[in-house]
Design a protein around this ligand. Structure first.
Ligand code: CU
Length: 477
């Protein structure tokens, strides 16, 4: 049993005793607030408990007083201590860019190149990216680091890379032709600067059409002094959209309309869900790198606090509790909350047209309740006909219309989706739910989390969901 779960077990079985001890020791709200004087000092770690001024870690609650620092879980800490350092950043479906210490700097090598990205099983897009990936691999450093990034241009055209939000010497800003000459194909350019900032940053090509064509990646800078309160999970999702016409795999970077949304380069349901444990403090950083589309992002089942944007961490006095937060193009927003409500929760853009993908209505129905289109097609005569669906000579031609029939979940695709640990035990129909900019957050009690994430068990579809409903469906006492 881990340290976390031991403590959690103690908390959950001895809440009354814990509160009494805390009261006797004089550690209440004041004790928590004092940690801001030195959150990296283990002895000043906040006490972990499950109730804070009427806000409960393990059940949906608001707290008793909007003026309390714990209202809606605002400054309720996670289980991870500040002394353990920042929680590692997790951008599902993306790699991290390795580095080597050379001449006093963390040296990275970033290769700009054409990329083929499989954004759904069997669906490939031809775009530009970095090191074989679109978006590029995540750069993760610590405030105060000196970094050197050697950018190699393997594109068939000129480029430059901009470090978005960093206050560095102007010659390393990467603003094509304004601060440097373009990097010619086959050539390299060395960027080197000290990172004095901390926060949610990213890098991207500074050629507009290359940005639209996929050239972006996370650049996360952890603070030297762990943000207060520390989080247990630190997720990141880059939202993009692309126009890829039927019969094509090449994204049309000029087009101002879109037909595919991606998260970290994967279209749902291939994009991997976020999974956390019940009671944890969670941060989710979302970057909107769509060319022209803004996204109002809504999380179900929880109220979250906006704790930062791409500019900086926000002072606590200005944090805002929300259910929906608008993220505009090139903006990033940090969401934080206590995962106090177990279940599988939608985490999605609320623009109705962004809740779908490939909206080409004349080629067939996009939503169905069966888990496989193969079943649907076997029963066409007994189903309502959609306009032109699965009829007409074009439907049998490979690649037309953009394999729309495959998009509606072949068995092969379903096997790929269900082969991942992160989705084990979700409802059988969940893959129908995750279209467009719709992702999912799973909040799992410790034992179910371990069963989903730490075993090889093929968990029956719906089993975890049903167990959560069984345990928590009547509402918390
Ligand atoms: Cu949207």
């Amino acid at each position: 049993m881990s340290e976390h779960s031991t403590r959690r077990h103690f908390l959950r079985t001895g809440t009354a005793g814990t509160v009494a001890v805390l009261s006797a020791g004089g550690i209440g709200a004041a004790g928590i607030q004092s940690q801001s004087d030195g959150p990296n000092s283990p002895k000043e770690q906040p006490e972990i408990r499950d109730e804070y001024d009427g806000f409960f870690r393990f059940k949906p609650t608001r707290g008793n007083d909007p003026e309390s620092p714990f209202y809606l879980g605002k400054t309720v800490p996670g289980f991870r201590t500040a002394a353990a350092g920042p929680a590692p950043f997790i951008a599902n479906d993306l790699e991290k860019l390795p580095w080597e210490m050379k001449q006093g700097a963390k040296e990275f090598h970033l290769i700009c190149e054409p990329v083929e990205r499989e954004f759904l099983p069997g669906y490939w897009m031809n775009v530009y990216g970095f090191n074989g990936s679109m978006p590029g691999p995540t750069i993760e450093v610590t405030q105060g680091d000196r970094i050197r990034i050697v950018v190699h241009n393997e594109l068939p055209e000129e480029t430059s890379v901009h470090w978005h939000g960093f206050e560095m010497p102007v010659q390393f800003d990467g603003a094509d032709t304004m601060t440097q000459n373009p990097i010619k194909p086959g050539k390299s350019f060395v960027y080197e600067f000290d990172v004095h900032e901390e926060g949610t940053f990213y890098y991207h090509s500074h050629v507009a059409m290359q940005e639209t064509f996929g050239m972006v990646g996370w650049f996360i800078v952890h603070p030297k002094k762990v943000w207060d309160p520390p989080v247990d999970r630190d997720f990141g999702m880059i939202f993009q959209n692309f126009r890829i016409d039927p019969m094509q795999t090449v994204s049309d970077s000029w087009n101002m309309d879109w037909n595919w949304h991606t998260t970290n380069g994967r279209r749902r349901p291939m994009a991997t869900p976020l999974v956390c444990k019940h009671g944890e403090r969670v941060r989710v950083r979302i970057l909107d790198f769509s060319p022209v589309q803004h996204h109002p992002i809504h999380l179900h089942g929880h109220t979250f606090w906006i704790t930062g944007h791409e500019g900086a961490r926000i002072p606590k006095s200005a944090w805002i509790p929300r259910n929906t937060e608008l993220i505009a193009v090139a903006q990033a927003t940090d969401f934080e909350f206590i995962a106090n409500n177990p279940g599988d929760w939608m985490f999605h853009c609320h623009m109705t047209h962004h809740m779908m993908n490939h909206m080409v209505r004349h080629v067939g129905p996009r939503m169905r309740t069966d888990e496989s289109v193969d079943v649907y097609r076997e029963n066409l005569e007994r189903r309502p006909r959609a306009i032109n669906a699965a009829h007409g000579p074009g439907y049998g031609v490979p690649g037309y219309p953009q394999k729309m029939q495959g998009m509606t979940m072949t068995h092969e695709a379903m096997e790929r989706f269900w082969s991942r640990r992160e989705v084990q035990g979700m409802r059988a129909t969940v893959m129908m739910s995750l279209m467009g900019l719709m992702t999912s957050l799973r909040v799992l009690p410790d034992d179910l989390y371990d069963r989903v994430m730490e075993t090889d068990e093929q968990i029956p579809k719906g089993a975890i969901f049903e167990e959560i409903v069984r345990r928590f469906g009547a509402g918390a006492a």
